[in-house]
Design a binder for this molecule. Structure first.
Ligand code: COA
Length: 241
């Protein structure tokens, strides 16, 4: 949970990030690789579209109150892609179906990184229960660890069972203070293997995205060709009458 008006507070499920499919009973039983892409300033419009697509109840869970479109716009404007990391999962139609924000510590720390980073996440309703939220949390843990961060924290409403389950499954300590809860995970130091994992995952996600992009462009081209063919045959039919 991160606050839009202040400082803007990451195993693949099968099937992959598509649009339909019955959610399996437990996401922890079906880990596989999920392409998780790093987002930048050029993705602000898509981030905005994802967030304003959340209903009032989800905005309340995500931000701690039912953020208005204007408050979300301010949050998106304030995202600092140099300091923080923003990740997303795209479906086959290139809709941003899951989004996470890893807010890095403000002040420089020793060792560089150090300190505590904060995690915020949202998954569109149609894609929930398929492990994307948990996958983004793992992704955030890996990226935070590789930047020298020692602790990853989540501020969630105590009623947010799904978010707290993700944190608990990842080994977080959870402290409940009335309606709000704080969860934190101590991260192990980075290693050569953790950096390799990140590099390979990021590159594979880029390849996946570009394959989806080409498939979409090809689909649109085929639609245009069939429309032209249909119009041509209609025209020749009229001319023959
Ligand atoms: C929280 C949220 C991101 C979870 O996304 P998700 O992709 O559906 O989560 P996952 O599929 O990874 O499920 C995670 C775990 O929570 C469990 N879970 C899901 N919904 C649950 C619910 N309503 N009650 C209890 N547990 C639930 C899942 O079974 C899974 O546990 P398991 O692996 O042990 O089976 C999503 O519900 C959401 O976007 N909510 C609105 C925004 C929000 O609350 N953000 C968090 C605050 S920053």
């Amino acid at each position: 949970m991160t606050l839009p008006q202040d400082r803007p507070a990451t195993a693949v499920p099968t099937p992959g990030p598509q649009d339909s499919g019955t959610p399996p009973a437990s996401s922890s039983t079906r880990w596989a690789w999920v392409p998780t892409r790093s987002l930048g300033a050029r993705h602000r419009d898509r981030i905005m579209a994802h967030l304003v697509g959340l209903d009032e109840a989800d905005r309340y869970l995500r931000f701690g109150y039912a953020a208005t479109d204007a408050q979300i716009a301010k949050y998106v404007d304030m995202l600092d892609f140099d300091r923080d990391e923003v990740f997303g999962i795209f479906n086959r139609r290139l809709e941003l179906i899951a989004l996470a924000h890893l807010a890095m510590p403000d002040a420089p720390t020793t060792p560089p990184g150090g300190g505590t980073a904060e995690f915020g996440v949202s998954v569109v309703r149609k894609a929930r229960g398929r492990g994307f939220g948990a996958r983004l949390f793992e992704h955030a843990m890996l990226h935070a660890r590789n930047r020298g961060v020692q602790t990853l924290t989540i501020h969630a409403l105590s009623e947010n069972a799904a978010m707290l389950k993700i944190a608990r499954n990842a080994g977080a300590t959870i402290e409940r203070a009335g309606p709000e809860s704080e969860a934190w995970v101590r991260l192990p130091p980075d290693t050569l293997a953790s950096h390799m994992e990140q590099i390979m995952g990021d590159q594979a996600a880029e390849v996946d995205y570009h394959l989806k992009l080409h498939a979409n462009q090809m689909g649109r081209l085929l639609d245009i060709v069939s429309e032209v063919k249909a119009n041509l045959s209609k025209a020749s039919h009229i001319a023959g009458e």
